[in-house]
Each structure stands twice: as C-alpha cells, then as structure tokens.
Design a protein around this ligand. Sequence first.
Ligand code: FAD
Length: 334
Amino acid sequence: MAARAVIIGGGVVGCVTAIKLKESGYDVTVVDKSFVGEESSAAGAGIIFPLMPWNYESKVYQLCSGALGFYKNLSEKLINGGYGDPEFIESGMICIEPPDKKEIVQWAKKNNFKINKCFFNSRPSIEFANVAQLNPKKLMISLKHYIEGLGIKLIENCNLKKIQKKSNYLNGWPTDNNDLIEGDIFIITAGAWSSHIINNDKDEIYPVRGQLIKFKKPSIILDKILYSKNFYLLQRKCGSIVAGSTIENVGFDNTTTFQAAKELKEKTINLIPELKEFEPYEQWAGLRPGVKNNIPLIKRDNIHKNIYINSGHYRYGITMAPKSADEILKLIKV
Ligand SMILES: Cc1cc2nc3c(=O)[nH]c(=O)nc-3n(C[C@H](O)[C@H](O)[C@H](O)COP(=O)(O)OP(=O)(O)OC[C@H]3O[C@@H](n4cnc5c(N)ncnc54)[C@H](O)[C@@H]3O)c2cc1C
C-alpha cells in the first residue's frame, strides 16, 4: 500500500507539493481550512521571477530556478487537459532606471542570466528576457481541478488544530471537530497561518499584507512587465493592467485601504502617464507568509519525525513552489 501524505494547506505551495508527491507514488490528501487556492496564492501578481535577486542571499534565486520551465509545462498540461488557461506568458521584464545597475550586471554575469540595456520612454533601463507571468487566480482554479484529476483527495472546510502531543511520531492530525486526519507523513503548507498549527516554530512565519489594483482594458499595450523601485505593472491576457504591491505588517487583516489605492495609482502614473484618466476598478489584498530573510522554512520538524514544513515563501511563493517541493521530497526520502 502506498504511504499516505497529508498536505496541510491548499495554496500553490501545497498543490505543487501534492503533485510532486503523487508523482513519487504517495497516496496524497490536501486539507484546507476553507477552499483550495483562495488565499495568498490567488492574490498574487504572478511574476515568475524574484524581482530583485541581486539584493538577496543566493538561496532565494536558487529556489526560484526552474520555475519558468515548470509553469510552461504545467500550463500546457492544464490547457490540453481542459482544466483552464492560467495565462502563462514569457513576457520578459523591464527594470526602469535601476539604482543598482552595477549589482544587476554582476548578478546576471554570475548566474548566466540574459540582460540587455534598453530605454523605456527615454529612461535608461535593463531588460530581463527570461521572466514569465501568469494569472494566479486562474492558475489556482485550474490547479485544483488538475490535482483532483490526478487522484489527489481534497478535504475542504476542515481547519486543523495546533498539535499538543509532543510524541516522535504522529498518526493523525486533529481537526476543529475533534476528528483525526490520518497519515504517514504530514507537510505543513499553511502559508501565513503555518505558525498557528505547530508549537516549536512559533512566530517564525507571519502575515505581510500586499494590496494590488487593476485598471480595466485601457488602450495601452504592455507586452513586458515593468518594474521600478519595488513597484510593478503588468497586463493580463484580457487587457487589464495590474499594479502592485504594498508591503504592510498589519497582522491577519486582509482588507483593502483607500491610501494604498492612491499610492499605487500615483506610482502607476509615474510609469504610464496616460493611465491618469483611468480609475482602478478592482482592488484586493492577500496575506503573504512572511519570513525574516526571504528564505522559506523547508525542513523536518524538530520533534515529530513525520512532520515536514514547507512554508514562509513570502513574496515569491508561486515562483519558489516547484523547487521547494523538490527539496521536501529529498528530505522525505532521506
Ligand atoms: C499582493 C501579492 C503579490 C504577490 N506576487 C507574487 C508574484 O508575482 N510572484 C510570486 O512568486 N509570488 C507572489 N506573491 C507571493 C505568493 O502569492 C505567496 O508566497 C504564496 O501564495 C504562498 O503560498 P502558500 O501556498 O504558502 O500560501 P496560501 O496561498 O496562503 O495557502 C495556504 C493555505 O493554507 C490553508 N490553511 C491555513 N491554516 C490552515 C489550517 N489550520 N488547516 C487547514 N488549512 C489551513 C489556507 O486556507 C490556505 O488555503 C504575492 C503575494 C501577494 C499577497
């Protein structure tokens, strides 16, 4: 009989981990406190690149490597299988007037990453060719159906509680209704809530709110992602333009604010003055699973030998999900 793996949290990290475990022969169940793919993973911008890898420790880019190929391949499977189009586009990205040009050039050389000098509206810029984007909301809807199609069991509306018993081996994880979800291994992929369900990682993962706004189909074509000073603009397949995002430490509050919409619009106009006449028609927020140094926790629990943690992907969880799942798989096989 195949070993039973229980994935706690059905965001992008949980779903991609579930796929990789299923492909390795596990009997996989994904449990979510609400619905699969409706939290941070659906709220993201969908840029497949860690916006400024030259500013981070090399581990961050290492966890992002291979993501473009993974999503290109997954996107084909989702479309061909009739699960939906996650709108994957190899658009590239333009970094406008970067203040850290020297660091970018050094980073690109070291990592063999193709960059080109260019101009955006007469502003000196750098083009990053191998950057892709997708629509996270659409990705999560199609991913949910895809994993069900692979024979992965989904249990929704099931909140798993913090475990109290400190034994070496856990046979079942308690739910709010005092049921037990049985399994041979448990993988915590509960995003910003991960530190709520395990005692010994208290406060290592915390929520960081991000807000985005969207402009309805202006007559502007943005064939590349635009990035400038921690702000980005990108265009969805339908023509809408997405602008983001804020970085706010406000706890588990994912409401949107007037102030954020105002600031994001001002930054938008700075890059595309024509958008001055447009008002954003949609605004939303998500809670990123924050960690102190941008490096997620991918490890076996210190006490329980059959609990693993794959969480804390902060700003780049969509991009890091495939490599993080590979790392968890390696740990399980040790
Ligand atoms: C505004 C914004 C823009 C972003 N842009 C990008 C981007 O362009 N590129 C990129 O790579 N990343 C981006 N990110 C980051 C990325 O979205 C996150 O890192 C990623 O979604 C984290 O995925 P996750 O699966 O860990 O968490 P989540 O998607 O939050 O999923 C966690 C799941 O666990 C469930 N859960 C929690 N507690 C329990 C429990 N006790 N029992 C059962 N289930 C539980 C939740 O219901 C939820 O479904 C962005 C994020 C935001 C907010």
